[in-house]
Write a protein that binds this ligand. Structure first.
Ligand SMILES: *Cc1c(COP(=O)(O)O)cnc(C)c1O
Length: 352
């Protein structure tokens, strides 16, 4: 509390990201990629001429937008980039969701969405997940300022197929439908092919997960040129240069190396399946996942106890201390060796 704060700041409830520990722990708590960035990224960083940093970067990050446009078979005017997809989401909330009606979102989804609602004074209406922990797309109805959800969803891991998304978009044409595809590269179906038929569809993505670049902060959005123009207007009223030169050039290099990207995401998915089998064999309930994490429930012990015991073993996972998620742990997919260490630690703890 401070007399110097604007009144609204007292009411904010900021997002709390997963811990970034100083000690050397096996880190399975923030869904980072166990693989290093593409070799081309290293070349960009090694060969970067420091002298160039005197200059401002390209405010439009045009080369990165063009590279993303090629990657997703869309026009550069249909692509927006920002400093991590968190920033892109924040700009999208401001650009599209300030209407006189509630924003619709799943009751359980990325916990940053309610934080933006408070920041911008957007009323929210949450729709419960169905009994299989899936986003209830039919539950989105009634007057609204827009719709936001992650597909595949976090922290549950389930993704809807394109047909289901299409059905939703056929009913919802008045306001923006924002689909956060942070995890789509790990087995989900991207809705990007639907943007030409749906000018109100905005898809966001990130280089933090499937491109192993969480530290560089590169996020993007793909949608109709009118939505992208709306985002540009807000962005250019806030920060002209959200992406620095290094992020722009490393991002382009990451996109250029298709084979490496394919190799890494397939390896993560294979490790996810091995881990799922091992956890199920131990007696855990594991929700189906199209992401780089598993959402896991013990039928015998409080998840908080397993979380604490794993930490003692030098392994960090994520536990959400809310009534509905209390029984679960969210476990990021690390390397095969890290997941082996996890399974062994769970065995020693006697968790099941
Ligand atoms: C990780 C994550 C993001 C944020 O990604 P950044 O690009 O690192 O800001 C956005 N949405 C969801 C659902 C995520 O899990």
């Amino acid at each position: 509390m401070s007399q110097f704060w604007s009144p609204g700041v007292h009411q904010l409830t900021p997002y709390v990201p997963g811990e970034q520990p100083r000690q050397k722990l096996i880190k399975l708590n923030t869904n980072e990629n166990p693989w290093p960035p593409a070799p081309g990224v290293e070349r960009v960083l090694r060969n970067f001429e420091i002298e160039r940093l005197r200059r401002y970067p390209d405010p439009e990050a045009s080369m990165l937008r063009e590279a993303l446009a090629r990657e997703y078979s869309v026009a550069p005017e249909q692509v927006f980039v920002g400093n991590g997809s968190d920033e892109v989401l924040a700009l999208a909330f401001q650009a599209f969701f300030l209407h006189d009606a509630p924003l619709l979102m799943p009751e359980i989804s990325y916990s940053f969405y309610p934080v933006y609602c408070r920041l911008y004074g957007v009323e929210q209406r949450t729709i419960p997940l169905d009994e299989q922990w899936r986003v209830d797309l039919d539950g989105f109805e009634g007057e609204h300022a827009g719709i936001v959800f992650a597909n595949p969803n976090a922290p549950t891991g389930h993704g809807h197929d394109l047909e289901s998304i299409k059905k939703l978009l056929q009913r919802m044409r008045e306001r923006v439908v924002l689909i956060d595809e942070a995890y789509a590269d790990f087995g989900g179906e991207s809705a990007v092919p639907l943007i030409d038929d749906h000018p109100n569809l905005l898809v966001t993505g990130t280089f933090s997960k499937s491109r192993s670049l969480a530290g560089l902060r590169i996020g993007f959005a793909i949608g109709s040129s009118e939505l992208i123009e709306g985002l540009d207007r807000v962005k250019n009223s806030f920060n002209s240069y959200p992406l620095d030169m290094i992020a722009i050039e490393a991002g382009i290099a990451a996109l250029a190396d298709r084979d490496y990207y394919e190799h890494c995401r397939r390896a993560v998915m294979a490790t996810r399946e091995h881990t799922r089998q091992a956890l199920e064999a131990m007696g855990f309930e594991v929700l189906p996942s199209q992401t780089n994490f598993l959402f896991v429930r013990s039928t015998h012990q409080p998840a908080a106890d397993i979380f604490a015991a794993l930490r003692e073993h030098g392994i960090l996972v994520r536990h959400f201390n809310t009534e509905q998620l209390n029984d679960f742990l969210r476990i990021s997919i690390g390397s095969e060796a890290e997941m082996q260490a996890l399974i062994e630690a769970l065995g020693e703890i006697g968790a099941r």
